[in-house]
Design a protein around this ligand. Structure first.
Ligand code: HEM
Length: 187
């Protein structure tokens, strides 16, 4: 086990602990706040212009997640620790073919929208076991190792930070991803 990477993931998730503990001290039990999903915290269903598709509106929560996903794919593509899993994607992009990137961006964004509580989207990609098993998904080069999973979380957290998510939000993303570790890591 690479202690440095697992410690980095633990630190990312711990960033959320202080605000969560603090906010729970001030609960008004007579007036509980309306339940907000994480998707709501990210901007929810309010629509804004989609900067990638002028003239089209997009939910703010989805735009926030898609922005983090797209920039995470770029960070991961340049991360020699884990970009060996993405050889199919990298070779396509190298040839100017963005179809696989667009499909991955959509699938990852849909997945995170659903996982964070969005109601207006559904995930239609492979389940997490098949998506990360080369026997079921020819787009992944090999089964994921635990250390590499941790590095993936570090890269997604870096993308979230770059795109202005607060430490508490980054911790929630980290915890959400980490909850899927035993399914994604299959070796
Ligand atoms: C909780 C963490 C993760 C989530 C939620 C996740 C989610 C996904 C999703 C939704 C897909 C698309 C499935 C489809 O096309 O039907 C995918 C594909 C893939 N994932 Fe993950 N993944 C995670 C972790 C990882 C890690 C740690 C690695 C490797 C280090 C990895 C490598 C890949 C690769 C190589 C593909 C195929 C990409 C392509 O289509 O070109 N994933 N993942």
């Amino acid at each position: 086990m690479n202690l440095k990477r697992s410690a980095a993931v633990a630190a990312i998730i711990a960033l959320g602990a202080i605000p969560i503990l603090t906010s729970s001290c001030h609960k008004d039990h007579n007036n509980p706040p309306a339940t907000m999903t994480f998707y709501d915290t990210l901007g929810g269903t309010a629509t804004v212009n989609d900067p990638a598709h002028p003239g089209t509106m997009i939910e703010k929560g989805r735009l926030g997640l898609r922005t983090v996903v797209d920039s995470a794919i770029f960070i991961i593509a340049g991360d020699k620790e884990i970009n060996g899993y993405f050889t199919v994607l990298l070779s396509e992009v190298g040839q100017g073919n963005l179809s696989g990137f667009q499909a991955l961006s959509k699938n990852l964004t849909d997945f995170l929208c659903v996982a964070t509580g969005a109601k207006d989207f559904s995930y239609t990609g492979k389940n997490m076991t098949d998506a990360h098993n080369p026997a079921a998904n020819s787009r992944i080069s090999m089964k994921v190792a635990a250390d590499d999973f941790d590095q993936f979380v570090v890269d997604v957290a870096a993308s979230a930070k770059k795109n202005g998510l607060t430490d508490a939000m980054i911790a929630r993303v980290g915890a959400l991803l980490n909850s899927l570790k035993t399914t994604v890591v299959q070796q």
